[in-house]
Design a protein around this ligand. Sequence first.
Ligand SMILES: NC(=O)c1ccc[n+]([C@@H]2O[C@H](COP(=O)([O-])OP(=O)(O)OC[C@H]3O[C@@H](n4cnc5c(N)ncnc54)[C@H](O)[C@@H]3O)[C@@H](O)[C@H]2O)c1
Ligand SMILES: [Zn+2]
Ligand SMILES: [Zn+2]
Length: 373
Amino acid sequence: MTTRAQAAICRGKDQPFAIQTVELDELRADELRIRIVACGICHTDLAVRDGQLPVPLPVVLGHEGAGIVEAVGAEVTVAKPGDRVVMSFNSCGHCPSCDVDAPTYCYNFFPENWAGTRADGTPTMFADGAAMNANFFGQSAFATHAIAHQRNVVRVPDRAAHLPLEQLAPIGCGLMTGAGAVLRSMKVRAGLPIVVFGTGTVGMAAIMAAKVAGADPIIAVDVNDDRLALARELGATHAFNGKADAPAKIRDLCPTGVGYAFDTTGIKRVIEDAFGLLAPKGVLGIVGASDPADKLVFNESQFMGGGRTVKGILGGDSDVGPFLTELIDLHLAGRFPFERLIGYFDFADIDAAIAASESGQVVKPVLRMAAEG
Ligand SMILES: NC(=O)c1ccc[n+]([C@@H]2O[C@H](COP(=O)([O-])OP(=O)(O)OC[C@H]3O[C@@H](n4cnc5c(N)ncnc54)[C@H](O)[C@@H]3O)[C@@H](O)[C@H]2O)c1
Ligand SMILES: [Zn+2]
Ligand SMILES: [Zn+2]
């Protein structure tokens, strides 16, 4: 039996999202049907809309969904009907990366997340009687209901029962990436300096996590002064505007270099400047989506001689269930206060929410699909 839902169809750049009736496919044994309560909007949704990623259009986007489980397939053990859950990216569970709990680097990442269908090519959604591209990050949560998978659903622990799902929704992508980059990918050590370039969702999460890790100083760089002010409130000890020779100021502050530099801007010049700031054994972590034509240039002897590391990072090296639960616990303890980044919008106002994200007015827009109860 198929399930009716309302979903926001993305048809491409400069076209408004259109909310229309769709049907979800029957559940497979390892799938769950989630009634979506809320979903965050991430830059990756907009990159797909603008044709920068190889996801087929039209498509139902949304990959920071939270909701309540309505139904589960026979093999599902991760949650049961009635459970409150958050969702993240999907992975295959049987490749060399998944085998070592590194699913962000799943060899089958594209078919599991970006093909518009299940990995076996079958559609999860239909519109006007035809297959609709969906299963985006194993969820397509810009909708009232979604089909998700055993591997990308995390049950919200009972100790977080009082936290609204609309607040937890964005935890599964940008927040996880920034926090994971610091705590898992770069394994930031207490007492060493870190500089974070770009203070959007990913950079702010990195700053909050750097405070958890005990990095010192924690330096934020952005071109938006309002964001820098918020970064100071969330843990940055210093904040510099990227338009005003930030590298020179960072060198004055840390004459022997920084232990960690984290780039979320994807801008070649910023990344190369960041590399130049590294102390011996320093680590440069890179997450920002960049111009596909860009090539980074580093000095070889500076790279090799200082034992420096340049690290591409996806999803903060998250292992999904355990790490998202750890982040929920940090949030409960007031040490990961990402609610400060969120602005809420009704589902019907998705275009306004996207505009607020693109103008920089709201760091993390979250769409509300329905009340929890
Ligand atoms: N690798 C991953 O797993 C992963 C996951 C999520 C997001 N991303 C990518 O990470 C990037 C950051 O995501 P976000 O949601 O935080 O985006 P965002 O646009 O909210 O943040 C980027 C920030 O960089 C700032 N910036 C622009 N130019 C700058 C400059 N010259 N110097 C310093 N700061 C500058 C902007 O003002 C903005 O605040 C995006 O490219 C996104 O696609 C990657
Ligand atoms: Zn994302
Ligand atoms: Zn895999």
